[in-house]
Design a protein around this ligand. Structure first.
Ligand code: FMN
Length: 186
């Protein structure tokens, strides 16, 4: 029998925000939906504000709850990661880094990754290339050439609203799709 789910990809989107509602969460969701116009996929959303309280007291992977070990496995087994964080003090949030400190060092090798951040202003947009890109280069990921940064002016509340941001999402995702492995084309 034909397995109709064989080509379904697993997109895992991570939002490093400590709060809800969250601009970063809405942004990573909008980006995931753009990817899903290109190929069939299931979307798993991981929100730091939900997993953070249980994760923050853990110093090693062995300290994590079974639920949070499952979160790590979802990240490690994803076909594509969308990794987003708000800018806190000029960088990604501490809990975003704490989560990735538990991820197996070699589990993300060659994994396609889209870098995403939201900040109060445009001033910290280099977080994408100066903070996030080195972290995912450490993991030897296949990092999308263009990341996506948004600031306060791009949202109404937490909803992605600016045409300019929607254009950036389209451009960055479409560019990254061209660099995805052949297994992504249906
Ligand atoms: C603790 C803290 C530190 C922040 N530091 C910065 C910063 O250094 N640069 C910046 O542009 N915005 C900064 N902001 C603003 C947030 O990055 C911005 O509001 C972001 O869009 C919030 O995303 P969220 O709704 O997903 O939490 C900070 C906010 C908080 C709460």
């Amino acid at each position: 029998m034909e397995n109709l789910t064989a080509s379904r990809k697993q997109i895992v989107a991570i939002s490093g925000s400590a709060t809800a509602p969250s601009k970063t969460t809405e942004l990573v969701k909008a980006i995931a939906h753009r990817y899903m116009t290109h190929f069939d996929a299931d979307l798993t959303l991981i929100e730091i504000n939900k997993i953070g309280p249980a994760m923050s007291g853990a110093l090693t992977r062995a300290d994590l709850s079974p639920e949070n070990v499952h979160v790590l496995e979802q990240i490690e087994n994803a076909d594509l990661l969308i990794v987003g964080s708000p800018v806190y003090r000029g960088s990604y949030t501490g809990l975003f880094k704490h989560l990735f400190d538990f991820v197996d060092q070699f589990a993300l090798v060659e994994k396609p990754v889209m870098l995403v951040a939201s900040g109060g202003s445009e001033r910290h947009s280099l977080i994408i290339d100066h903070q996030m890109r080195p972290l995912f280069a450490f993991f030897q990921c296949n990092i999308a050439p263009l990341g996506i940064y948004a600031s306060e002016a791009d949202f109404q509340g937490s909803v992605v609203s600016s045409e300019a941001l929607l254009d950036r999402i389209e451009l960055a995702v479409d560019l990254s799709v061209r660099a995805l492995p052949k297994s992504f084309s249906s």
